[in-house]
Design a protein around this ligand. Structure first.
Ligand code: AMP
Length: 187
């Protein structure tokens, strides 16, 4: 099924652990380690995403450092498409393209390899590679916005940005250069 039932949503939501005041006071950290170790919840989630994205004819899935790597890799394998890591600055060994984004104090930077989605971001047919961006959670949206910009900057097309959870009250999905799909909306 492409649409999750309330029961399925509750299975996924119930497997995610809230950690108050981590990493700093006032933040409720959404701990997905308990989702990953719950085989029923993980299978429910990944089967839903597999069904949703099977018809998208994707060329690549790009996962955001670091929890996006986990969901992105599983989904890539299920769909038979390549996986690309969007990494924090300084981790990738080949020529990179970078994008800065603002934090509460200062800025951070994400990078991809210049040829991650094929030469000039194009697949073997010469068309723009179709890329799904994925992460566990969208809060302010700064990280995802920078990652979507990177995909488009190297010539590929970010066809959707997917999150397991969205903190809706932060309106983070506004301004992302792609349609946004969040499995769970958290108020
Ligand atoms: P943002 O750029 O503000 O949308 O932050 C998104 C990134 O920070 C994602 O990679 C999340 O994994 C992480 N993140 C932000 N807030 C939380 C939270 N409350 N619980 C868990 N992860 C979070």
């Amino acid at each position: 099924m492409n649409i999750l039932t309330t029961e399925e949503k509750n299975i996924i939501l119930g497997s995610i652990r809230d950690i108050p005041d981590f990493p700093k006071p006032g933040i409720i950290f959404k701990d997905i380690s308990t989702l990953l170790s719950n085989t029923t919840a993980l299978n429910t989630l990944m089967t839903h995403l597999e069904n949703r994205y099977r018809s998208y004819d994707l060329d690549y899935i790009a996962g955001i450092d670091a929890r996006g790597f986990i969901f992105g890799s599983i989904l890539s394998d299920r769909l038979g498409v390549g996986f690309v890591p969007v990494r924090k600055k300084g981790k990738l060994p080949y020529t990179t393209v970078a994008e800065k984004y603002s934090l509460e104090y200062g800025f951070d930077e994400v990078e991809i390899h210049i040829d991650a989605f094929g030469e000039n971001g194009c697949c073997s047919t010469g068309e723009k590679s179709k890329v799904l961006l994925i992460d566990d959670l969208i809060a302010t949206g700064g990280t995802a916005k920078a990652a979507a910009n990177l995909i488009n900057k190297v010539g590929a097309k970010c066809v959707e940005a997917c999150f397991i959870m969205e903190l809706g009250f932060l309106n983070g999905s506004e301004g992302i250069e792609a349609p946004v799909y969040s499995v769970l909306e958290i108020d």
